[in-house]
Design a protein around this ligand. Structure first.
Ligand SMILES: O=C(O)C(=O)C[C@]1(C(=O)O)C=C[C@@H](O)C=C1
Length: 293
């Protein structure tokens, strides 16, 4: 089974994939397909090249990964799981600390170390790359370059760890979504996941939806949230993104506890559908165990 992740080797997305596979798939015939960017993970799912795709969706320091949210709206995928990875960024280089003039990383990596960079490398040039591991790969070329990337990347690309744990907060976690494309029914993780998807276990499930209100009017969002409240459904996240139609026009990404097949959820969704212009169900999936964090 092919699993698409952001590459090259050594990315946190790879770490997320290995963590999720170890906990959810018994067979070990999985092959990772390393994509150049997050959109390519979705393209790979759509084309059927990969059966599962894994992408970051939010970070505890820097917040949402906008491109993942946009792609969730654009592409037809099914979220089948989530996993949370502890992020410990290191400053990696071939050279020494005093040689470093250029620092490379994924925009999320640079943002999660903003204060560190200000305090220690205020004159360095910052450059963005497709991923943290891509930054590590590029940093092998010149001694004046450094990458913000994982400890695993240091080993993989034979770089020195100049400074470990450089993110601005000690606690740094990124949540990743596990998504299935149209060919999912034939994959080997299917039984494990489907068998655990029993309605009785609803409090261990989460559902993700996207809603578009269509018409901005007083109380529109309040009415939607009211449906969740009156059905006793706990929201775990709400986020707005530009609809890209006009300034000030938004779509809302809502995660809540429960399975789409639960009667109470069905009822709430039915009521919400009559109040909004569009409702997209992204899938119901087991909640990642919080005691890991
Ligand atoms: O660049 C990587 O290694 C990724 O997997 C991407 C990504 C992200 O986009 O959030 C994943 C985890 C970290 O938050 C930093 C970067």
């Amino acid at each position: 089974m092919i699993i698409a992740v952001l590459g090259p080797r050594g990315s946190y997305s790879e770490k997320a994939a290995r963590q999720w596979l170890a906990e959810n798939c018994s067979e070990d015939d999985q092959v990772l397909e390393y994509c150049d960017d997050i959109q390519d993970v979705f393209v790979s799912l759509k084309s059927g090249s990969a059966k599962i795709g894994i992408t970051p969706v939010e970070n505890s320091i820097e917040g949402s990964v906008g491109v993942t949210l946009d792609m969730l709206l654009e592409y037809d995928i099914d979220i089948i799981g989530e996993t949370v990875v502890t992020i410990e960024h290191c400053l990696l280089s071939r050279g020494k600390k005093e040689d470093i003039r250029i620092i490379l990383s994924h925009p999320q990596g640079l943002a999660q170390c903003r204060q560190f960079l200000k305090d220690h490398f205020k004159d360095a040039e910052l450059r963005t790359t497709g991923s943290t591991s891509h930054a590590a790969k590029l940093a092998t070329e010149f001694e004046e370059m450094a990458a913000i990337a994982s400890r695993e990347s240091a080993e993989m690309y034979d770089l020195n760890i100049i400074l470990p744990n450089i993110q601005d907060r000690e606690q740094n976690h990124t949540r990743f979504l596990i998504m299935a494309g149209p060919d999912y029914s034939t994959n080997s993780c299917q039984d494990t996941i489907r068998n655990s998807a029993v309605p009785e276990a609803k409090r261990f499930f989460k559902t993700s939806i996207i809603v578009y209100l269509d018409r901005d009017r007083p109380g529109a969002l309040y009415e939607i949230l009211g449906e969740f409240a009156s059905h006793g459904v706990n929201l775990t996240r709400i986020e707005s993104r530009p609809s890209k139609r006009s300034l000030g026009d938004y779509v809302f990404y809502i995660d809540f506890e429960g399975h789409i097949n639960d009667e109470i959820i069905k009822e709430a969704i039915y009521n919400i559908e009559s109040k909004v212009g569009m409702l997209k169900n992204l899938g119901s999936y087991p909640i990642y165990k919080k005691d890991h964090l």
